[in-house]
Design a protein around this ligand. Sequence first.
Ligand code: PHE
Length: 524
Amino acid sequence: MTSLPRERWATRIGLVLALAGNAIGLGNFLRFPRQAAMNGGGAFLIPYLTCLLLIGIPLLWVELSIGRLGGRNGRGHTAGMFDLLWRHPIAKYIGALGIFIPFAVATYYTYVESWCLAYAVFALRGQYFGLGSVDAMGHFLHGYQGVEQNIHFDGLTWAYGFFALTLLANLWVLSGGVARGIEKLARVAMPLLIVLACVLAVRSLTLDPPAGAGSDQSVAAGLRFIWSPDLGPLTDPTVWLTAAGQILFTLSVGWGIVHCYASYMQPDEDIVTSGIQCAGLNEFVEVILGGTIALVAAVVFFGTAGAMRIAQSGSYDLGFQAMPLVLEQLALPRLFGAAWFSLLFLAGITSSVALLQPLIALLEENFGWPRRRAVAATGIALACAAQPVVLWLGHGYMDQLDFWAGSLGLVIFALVEVIVFGWIFGIDRGWSEINRGARLRIPRAYRTVIRWIMPGMLAAILVAWALERLPDEISLARVEAGDRVYVWLARSYLIALFAAICVLVRRAYREGSNPRSCTPSPHV
Ligand code: PHE
């Protein structure tokens, strides 16, 4: 309804940094090392890199091209874009997934991001110093999260304080808009992040094993663990599932976010090159830096088996328990501790602003709200939705959101979008859309990848996943009886959120309420 000209990224480098900032997140430093450790180190890399080439990069091109096309037609979110690609009344509701998934994940991602900020301050103050074991660090973390009553914290005051600060920081960036908010943040935060990550990686590579260390506690053992390929687990479907899931998560594909960022591109921006640059930066930071920092440090201090045990015991054990313990024993512990957690916070905030942008785009574009109002409403909704995450952390509430939206949701959305793009919109139009303005020529084999291989692999993953995880998820076999109610509350939240977004989308596209919704055919 607004007739303002569409906002644009100010510079090409700013655009690539913003895309990379969205991709490089907590997943690169916390999720990847954990997945790699749990799936046998080097054994994980082959399926991971295969999925990068056959799913990650082509999907990035597909999403960038859908987004750029959407932007040319005044649409910044996937509900509007799918309505453009496929003239069927249901298309916009499928596209609504690309607003739902990011917001659902933001509900917990911003909270985890706030722990990083808190720990950067704790490191500077030496607050966790002297805790001599991973378990003791665990009590500190659980005290902070309010999962456990102990001497370290009194209630959730700290946790709430840092969460509020994190939320405000996100909203402040977003209220600046795309070029003066998100892009500016990326231009400052990304170089800083890369410097911090390089410093920490070098520090990990020069660690001395602790006194009395076993023969498998060395930098060489750590590098061998992640880099020596092992062909054995290649036949294990769960390793493939995990690898594909990690690729979708880390490259931020299958979310609806890349589309949204791409809608602010120039109409003939080179998306092939931007996509490769974004993926290249993300993989360098994930595999080389993210793989080195926490994994090598953990192997040097705890041995290969110890590192695997720590990774297995919980999502945050490596980052919030093992790493501070290692860094606390080095020279300049405050500085290195603060560097690690600031690195995580920067990685987090450049991603979380992206998670909130699709909903803001919907409110701005289809309801004509000024940006500040859209940002404030999104912030209030997030602050309310996050309450149960904070209060019921120990009851598996967050894990539910992570499973349905942050894992399964991505695969479903990725699958439907490649079908809509490659089959309904059509590979010929799609292919020329991807290649428009590109300096590099993509091998033609990628047409087959987009049309056949990608949907085939995603469908196989979905089926295998459904067979493996759904029975347990549905029967709640792994959930303690006392926690079942929280699991159902989390699921109810997800259903209500999706329904609410569909209602917004419906109102936005009600005949006549939005002139652009009646565009007869996309302005290709
Ligand atoms: N790619 C981010 C990570 O690795 C996760 C994310 C996805 C964040 C999509 C924002 C948007 O942590």
